[in-house]
Design a protein around this ligand. Structure first.
Ligand SMILES: NC(=O)c1ccc[n+]([C@@H]2O[C@H](COP(=O)([O-])OP(=O)(O)OC[C@H]3O[C@@H](n4cnc5c(N)ncnc54)[C@H](O)[C@@H]3O)[C@@H](O)[C@H]2O)c1
Length: 282
């Protein structure tokens, strides 16, 4: 999508961090942006700050792990802007709970926010993008943890899921005029390590000590330090804008984990080497 001016985007998790960086970078390029987030106060603040720059933006509150709320947010976007061209599935939480600690609630929360919302986002917004025939782009925020299983199990699983969904849908959606990109950030300076602020009431008791910051303490300390000194979220937003303009399949923020990805591929190849030369029995 080379010409972004006047197009409309819907961005989830847009009140903070990477989502706000993406919303800002798109607004600066002349895109109308519907910011969506679960946190009403932070959302109102973000929308007001962008409006003060003369950006054409609006906010809609939704818990994206609830399909009906995501659908209502899509309806509000069409009611406000008429069309939508760009979907950014970015909302996410650092759901933790390592082996021996996890609970159904910790999986439920993490899968709901990080993965089901992406599946539903594509299901709901895909037809809306197709409807106007002007083409569009779907960007979903995974993580380097979608390529190397380096964080808590539920987080890794959801991020691998977002990568798989994006890679798998790219050819089918290209035929329908929609580009598909997956964003795999490294350490970005955001509030991800304070994800527990967004645990919904319905899961609150069951999720005590289940967020990334509370659950896996050694990892939490390393990650918290790296994120405190992490990459500027607006820089990530600018990369995403470039990725949308040029239909990048993968949007990376830095090369810090390139060696770890190489090591994973090497381990996979080593697994293949174990059976190389054998004739499978049919
Ligand atoms: N910060 C990093 O280093 C990093 C690295 C890789 C991937 N990511 C991913 O980036 C995305 C954005 O996270 P961030 O780092 O900017 O963190 P953040 O906490 O600053 O922002 C996340 C936003 O999502 C919103 N949100 C949370 N639950 C929601 C829900 N149920 N419905 C709607 N909105 C909800 C939050 O209110 C917040 O505004 C996430 O998917 C995260 O997994 C972050």
């Amino acid at each position: 999508m080379q010409d972004l001016v006047g197009k409309t985007a819907f961005v989830t998790g847009a009140a903070s961090g990477i989502g706000l960086g993406i919303a800002t970078a798109l607004a600066q390029a002349g895109v109308k942006v519907m910011l969506c987030d679960i946190e009403a106060a932070a959302l109102a603040e973000a929308v007001a700050a962008l409006k003060a720059t003369n950006a054409d933006v609006e906010g809609v509150r939704a818990d994206v792990s609830l399909k009906a709320e995501l659908q209502a947010a899509a309806d509000a976007t069409i009611a406000r802007y008429g069309k939508v061209h760009i979907l950014v599935n970015n909302a996410g939480v650092g759901g933790g709970g390592g082996y021996g600690q996890w609970t159904d609630a910790s999986w439920d929360w993490t899968i709901g926010v990080n993965l089901m919302s992406v599946i539903w986002g594509i299901e709901i917004f895909g037809p809306l993008i197709e409807a106007h025939g002007e083409g569009g782009q779907i960007v979903s925020t995974a993580s380097m943890a979608g390529l190397i299983a380096a964080v808590a199990p539920a987080y890794n699983v959801t991020k691998y899921g977002v990568v798989a969904l994006s890679e798998g849908l790219r050819p089918a959606l290209a035929a329908r005029g929609i580009g598909v990109s997956v964003l795999c950030p490294g350490f970005i300076r955001t509030r991800i390590m304070e994800s527990s602020r967004n645990v919904p009431d319905r899961l609150a008791n069951a999720l005590e000590n289940m967020t990334m910051e509370a659950g896996d303490s050694e990892f939490a300390q390393v990650a918290a330090a790296a994120i405190t000194h992490g990459i500027d979220p607006l820089y990530v937003g600018e990369l995403v804008r470039e990725g949308i303009e040029n239909d990048w399949p993968y949007i990376f923020t830095d090369l810090a984990f390139e060696g770890a990805v190489d090591a994973r591929f090497a381990a996979i190849k080593a697994g293949m080497d174990l059976i190389r030369g054998r004739e499978p029995r049919h």
